[in-house]
Structure formats: structure tokens, C-alpha cells
Design a protein around this ligand. Structure first.
Ligand code: UDP
Length: 238
């Protein structure tokens, strides 16, 4: 029996960029696609939300001096580019996929329709949610939380780079930092642990969606987490 029936995998944009830290590294994307194929073959229903930070980030990065909403729309378009790269890599592995976008662009992808997304997953297709929530002032972490609630996912599998879970302080700065095996949402908020932005974590808390934070530097961890291996940190849940 699988640990999960339906999951949302959250990949940051940088996870697709590899060592360069920007753009898309096809080898990295291929390796991620191979792992997603493996979990798809376990019979798990899979939705993916990917970020856009490897191409454009609205608030903190690329957009200094720009109108915030415009910069955010550019960030959402960046997630579409990543979604198509991921779709291409998955289809090359023989995985059936659909990209659904929160901002309509019919020539490129389906519009986001919740019931259709669920139907795709039931048929074994991997659904990739592009364009974030479709709204500026939000993040793709919030998108993952929102979509997970909507499609009634059992968990969000949250791949992080350069870290293998949630620590009480930054392990890159503090060698004595302690890793949590599990923790409650409220602790994440109170301690200001930067797993997700506060909107996203609140949404997970309100809807009781477990978040499993793991290291994506080794893409095989996607498979390990999906199979229920206890690696990384579990936020919320039982
Ligand atoms: N974004 C947005 N609304 C959303 C999701 C994303 O405005 O619902 C924009 C925002 O500017 C963000 C950018 O898209 O900075 C890229 O997403 P994010 O920073 O979450 O990507 P990640 O850090 O995961 O690569």
C-alpha cells in the first residue's frame, strides 16, 4: 500500500537550474522527470507546481524599481516556461501529462479547471499547474497549498536545495543547528522558519495539509519521500 494516494510536488525554479542557479538545465530536468515517472508507476496521482525563480522573481529578485504587479505577472509567465520544460521531459520518459495554467493561453496549455485536473490524475496523467495562482502578490508556495487543498492532496512534497529538512537555525551558518523530524505549522510561523511564506503555511495549517520538506539535490529523494521513507521533515499531519 502506498503512503499517499495523491500528492502535490513543489519544485522551486532553481531546482530546474542545476549548479548554474539560473535558466533550465535539461539534464537536471530529465533526472527529475525520471523520478516522477517512477512514482507515477507506483500508482500515485501526481500534480506538480513549479516556481519561476530561475528565470524571474517578482518581489525580491529581478524586479527592482518595477511595478510590483507587472513584475509578478512576469514571474507567473516564467513558471509557464518551466512547466513546458518539465512536461517535455516527462513526455520523453513516456509519462502522460497535462499543463494547466491559471492565466489562459490556449495555444500553450489547458486552462486550470479543478475537476478536469482531478480527472487527468485519475487517468494516470501528471498534471503540471502553471502560472501560479494567476494573481500577483502570491507565490508558487501558496499555489502549491491552494491546489493541494482544491484537489484534496494527501501531502505537499516540497523539494529544497542545499538542505535536507527544516532546522532550528540556518545549518550553513550555525554548525550546531538542529534538524526537526516533524513539527507543527504554528511552530513554523512562530519561529519564523523559512520553509514557505506565511500565506502558504497558513493555508496548509487551515486545511491540514502535511508538508514534507526534503532535499531535491538528489532527485531520487522524490521517489523515497513519495514511497513514505522518513527523510526530511514533516510539517503538520498526524
Ligand atoms: N507569482 C505570482 N503569483 C503566484 C505565483 C507566482 O505573482 O500565484 C510570481 C512572483 O513574482 C514570484 C514568481 O512568480 O516571485 C516566481 O514564483 P516563486 O518566486 O514562487 O518561484 P520559486 O521561488 O519557487 O522558484
Amino acid at each position: 500500500m502506498n503512503e499517499f494516494k495523491r500528492v502535490v510536488i513543489k519544485l522551486s525554479g532553481e531546482a530546474l537550474a542545476g549548479d548554474k542557479g539560473y535558466g533550465i538545465d535539461p539534464v537536471v530536468v530529465e533526472n527529475i522527470a525520471k523520478e516522477i515517472k517512477k512514482i507515477s508507476e507506483l500508482g500515485l496521482e501526481i500534480a506538480i507546481v513549479n516556481g519561476g525563480g530561475n528565470i524571474w522573481r517578482g518581489l525580491s529578485g529581478s524586479a527592482k524599481g518595477m511595478d510590483r504587479a507587472t513584475a509578478d505577472y512576469m514571474g507567473m509567465l516564467a513558471t509557464v516556461i518551466n512547466s513546458l520544460a518539465l512536461q517535455d521531459a516527462l513526455e520523453n520518459q513516456g509519462v502522460n501529462t497535462r499543463v494547466q495554467t491559471a492565466i489562459e493561453m490556449r495555444q500553450v496549455a489547458e486552462p486550470y479547471i479543478r475537476r478536469k485536473a482531478i480527472r487527468h490524475m485519475e487517468k494516470g496523467r501528471v498534471v503540471i499547474f502553471a502560472s501560479g495562482t494567476g494573481n500577483p502578490y502570491f507565490s508558487t508556495d501558496t499555489t502549491a497549498a491552494l491546489r493541494a487543498a482544491e484537489i484534496e492532496a494527501d501531502a505537499i512534497l516540497m523539494g529544497k536545495q542545499n538542505v535536507d529538512g527544516v532546522y532550528d537555525s540556518d545549518p550553513k551558518i550555525n554548525a550546531a543547528a538542529i534538524k526537526f523530524d516533524c513539527l507543527q505549522y504554528i511552530e513554523v510561523i512562530q519561529r519564523g522558519l523559512g520553509i514557505m511564506d506565511s500565506t502558504a503555511i497558513s493555508l496548509c495549517m487551515d486545511n491540514n495539509i502535511p508538508i514534507i520538506v526534503f532535499n531535491i539535490d538528489d532527485p531520487e529523494n522524490i521517489y523515497r519521500v513519495a514511497k513514505g521513507e522518513k527523510i526530511g521533515t514533516i510539517v503538520g499531519g498526524k
